[in-house]
Design a protein around this ligand. Sequence first.
Ligand code: ADP
Ligand code: MG
Length: 460
Amino acid sequence: MNALSDRLEMQWQRVCSRMRSEIGEAAFSSWLKPMAVQDLTQGKVRLAAPTRFMRDWVVDHYADRLRVLWAEDNPSIVAVDVVIQRSRPPVAGRRSAGSDAADPPQPPAAAPVAAHPTDRLSVPLDPRFTFERFVVGKPNEFAYAAARRVAQAHEVSFNPLFLYSGVGLGKTHLMHAIAGHIRDHDPDRRVVYLSAEKFMYRFIRALREQRAVDFKENFRSVDVLMIDDVQFISGKDSTQEEFFHTFNALVDQGRQIVISSDKSPSDLEGMEERLKSRLGCGLVADIHPTTYELRLGILQSKSEQLGVTMPGKVLEFLAHKIAANVRELEGALNRVIAHAQLVGHDITLETTQEVLKDVLRANDRRITIEEIQKKVAEHFNVKVADMHSARRARAVARPRQVAMFLSKQLTSRSLPEIGRKFGGRDHTTVMHAVKKVTELCDRDAGFAEDVELLRRMLES
Ligand code: ADP
Ligand code: MG
């Protein structure tokens, strides 16, 4: 190494150590440790990332901060660029354990990457999609348990494992986790993970290049075949046919198959009956829509991984408001964090609402204050009119406070607007109600359960 690259490397190490203390060990190891500094030209530093995925992530989340820190260390730096440099050309055949010593020396930029013996049929795995990082709750515990079983079992216990759910609920995450686990613990098993779309694309290309026989042989010699988003081949007849044969050949040889889809096998339209019935004859596990508890758990876990301490109130707010799926939830969290880091603000409920204005509007389930008043009145057995009346007896005042509290939580109305809907009360009355109900929930588990139940009924 020459003096310049030595100096650059030392600067990078210093930048790294500052980043590590800012973002925490977990996020640092996932994202920045695998980066390698490549060169410096005209004030622009180039970092190499092992995959496109990691490049995009680092650019989105850390590039600005890296530039700032680097410029503090070396004022001639004006930009930080991240490029993709794959660790090594795909290796044909398997690498046996302990073959590392015989590998040719790698160029320094590629060295930090712990290369998996990746199968060339497979697409790269997202390093974040592990079992450890999958938050388990009621809606996904069955799918999770099934996935773990497949990852750990040495014998095939159900074939195929068929995972299905709506978008953004963790199918791909679980599939990568299975593949990663097997590669880590059982490197001799040949695991191939790819989307149905890729499968089709490769099949068509093989046909065009008259390599159909190679294609078949290749796919029929894998130990674990994982096809993501199988609904994609609905209606694509020749691909379905090929897939069907591959599927049967593998099952006959006792190889494991894992499939994901956005529908259950029987609901896959445009899929041949015989294929549907084969797909459904193993273990079918669906992931249900998230619950509030699961969303909160996921937010806690993600912010921890990112090394950011989030106020509980903000996490609860996000878990309430962004219920569509986990992908959106993650996106919202990342945006809030990125914004705070960029402008150097603390994360508060107010900044969160501001940053996510558009997302929140889209996720607003448009629960009205009228609905809330009606449900709450029914629940506590008081008249809807009492929501507006001036009566202050506890028997009606308490339900009214609960309704105000829920109006604040579940709608995007402001305090004065809510006050007006409750018989023209002042916004401080609403504020007081919110505070009171929060306190009561903390003190009285039975009351908290009541409020939670109401919230769920309103949200469903
Ligand atoms: P799908 O394949 O079902 O559309 P993904 O697996 O791509 O969904 O999940 C979308 C995002 O949500 C991913 O970033 C994934 O890591 C995350 N995710 C989904 N479920 C969970 C969970 N239970 N715990 C942690 N992260 C999750
Ligand atoms: Mg997916």
